[in-house]
Ligand binder design. Structure first.
Ligand SMILES: Nc1nc2c(ncn2[C@@H]2O[C@H](COP(=O)(O)OP(=O)(O)OP(=O)(O)O)[C@@H](O)[C@H]2O)c(=O)[nH]1
Ligand SMILES: [Mg+2]
Length: 451
């Protein structure tokens, strides 16, 4: 995807039937192009920016397509920073297709995925971390993911990364100043002072890296596999949580053969629940396949609910199988059917009943604790949620550690300054001060067309 300053068009609302649909046009010829197919009281080009106009749109054969409202935005006060037009039509994909087809005959082209937002970035309207937050915001489905994206779009991460870069710039300028006066043997700053400054930055980056697990969960949700022997009540638990009879429940062991996936939001966090086939040794081909899918679900889960029947003995053998598939700290041992046998139990993190609901809210709390830990980031904390940011911070950290080692080993200032500069660049990648076509294509190709 190359950035050119040509005029682009795309449908900005979902394709299909609705009250209205919006077609977005952006680029230097937006207003004059729409003027060619629009008939209103006056030419659009005669109006000031940020005004809305009623009129009719005709195709090239002068046939009426629709009556519309057109909003105009003059450079640089638009989403993209370029001159832009938004056409609100009756909400029909036939109408929007016809209008877009007509516009395409006017020497403008269809926008690529994310191209409007990419232009906003290239025009300096938003930085790269904010552009990524736009995609997250659109995709967010829970309160927590919405908050996380909103916080990044508001620039909290940008502010944090800029602060870190400024500190780095201070250190590297001190070292470079010293390099300039190397022959005079002047020392502007003590080695200890430099190490102290680098350590401070390392600590801050470390703290930011630690937010990743939390941020990723806010953004992507948590995968929870419900596993256990047949008949322990896995499907009943899923149904109870969903408050609907989603999976078949029966007293016959081996009821569930396939993995059933459903999503639920608990306190704003998205949990993706996987009800699985009960694990036992079986000769039935279908059941065997189901069991191997259960094992796969365990491997992919952030949390494994290992469900046991409280009226039966604890399945130590199955527990041992599970720890071969995932780490112990992901497994929550849960005893089900405590309504049948409310006695003392020898083992189990949790005691629940999928029938009466006993203990389910405690189970939710435990799942939440497992997922986000005891982290208590506030709305004002900068949080990272993208692997791209995580990698860039890791790389910056590596360079800083090299720099620190060089200072300790009294290496030449040139070494130190090169490492510090490259740490600066890695931080710059997060907000897009430093970026390559590859990084940009990667980010914007994940957007939808029209954004
Ligand atoms: N009393 C009581 N019965 C339960 C409870 N949970 C499940 N059951 C019963 O246990 C039986 C098995 O429940 P399922 O939910 O089908 O068990 P499952 O683990 O999904 O079984 P498979 O799919 O065969 O592996 C059913 O008869 C349920 O009604 C519970 O908390 N209390
Ligand atoms: Mg089942």
């Amino acid at each position: 995807m190359n950035f050119e300053n040509d005029t682009i068009v795309a449908l900005a609302t979902p394709a299909g039937v609705g009250a209205i649909s919006i077609i977005r046009v952006s680029g230097s010829d937006s207003i004059s192009t729409v003027d060619k197919i629009f008939e209103g009281k006056h030419k659009l080009s005669n109006h000031p920016t940020h005004t809305i106009h009623y009129g009719k749109i005709y195709n090239e054969n002068k046939e009426l397509i629709d009556d519309v409202l057109v909003s105009i935005f003059k450079k640089p006060n638009s989403y993209t920073g370029d001159e832009s037009v938004e056409i609100s039509t009756h909400g029909s994909s036939l109408i929007t297709q016809k209008i877009i087809q007509t516009l395409l005959k006017q020497n403008i082209r269809l926008a690529e995925p994310g191209e409007f937002t990419k232009r906003a970035f290239l025009n300096g309207r938003i930085d790269l971390a904010q552009a990524e937050a736009v995609a997250d915001l659109i995709n967010s489905r829970t309160e927590a993911s919405f908050r996380g994206a909103r916080n990044q779009l508001d620039g909290l991460l940008t502010e944090k990364v800029e602060g870190l870069r400024n500190k780095l710039v201070t250190v590297s300028s001190l070292i470079e100043l010293e390099l300039d006066f190397a022959e005079e043997n002047l020392e502007f700053v003590s080695k200890n002072e430099v190490i102290k400054l680098i350590d401070e930055i390392i600590l801050e980056i470390d703290q930011l890296l630690e937010t990743y697990k939390f941020g990723k969960i806010l953004r992507d949700g948590v995968n929870v596999a419900i596993v256990g022997k047949p008949n322990v009540g896995k499907s009943s638990l899923l149904n109870y949580v969903l408050k609907e009879s989603r999976a078949i429940v029966s007293h016959i062991p081996g009821t569930t053969r396939d993995v059933i996936r459903e999503e639920v939001s608990i306190d704003g966090i998205l949990f993706r629940l996987f009800d699985t086939a009960g694990i036992r040794s079986s000769y039935d081909e279908i059941e065997k396949e189901g069991i191997s899918r259960s094992q796969e679900a365990v491997k992919n889960a952030d949390i494994v609910i290992f469900l046991n029947d409280a009226t039966e003995s604890f399945s130590a053998d199955l527990y041992n199988q599970l720890v071969q598939l995932t780490s112990k700290d992901r497994i929550l041992i849960v005893l089900n059917k405590v309504d049948l046998n409310p006695g003392e139990y020898f083992k189990g993190d949790m005691k629940v009943s999928a029938k009466t609901g006993i203990g389910i809210s405690d189970l939710f709390n435990l799942m939440k604790d497992k997922a986000i830990g005891l982290n208590n980031y506030t709305e004002k904390s900068a949080i990272i949620s993208s692997i791209r940011h995580y990698d860039a911070l890791q790389k910056a950290l590596e360079q800083l550690r090299n720099a620190k080692r060089s200072v300790e080993n009294k290496m030449s200032g040139e070494f130190i300054s090169t490492d510090l500069r490259s740490a600066e660049d890695f931080l710059g990648e997060i907000i897009g001060i430093v970026s390559s076509d590859e990084i940009l294509n990667n980010i914007f190709s994940k957007f939808c067309i029209g954004k």
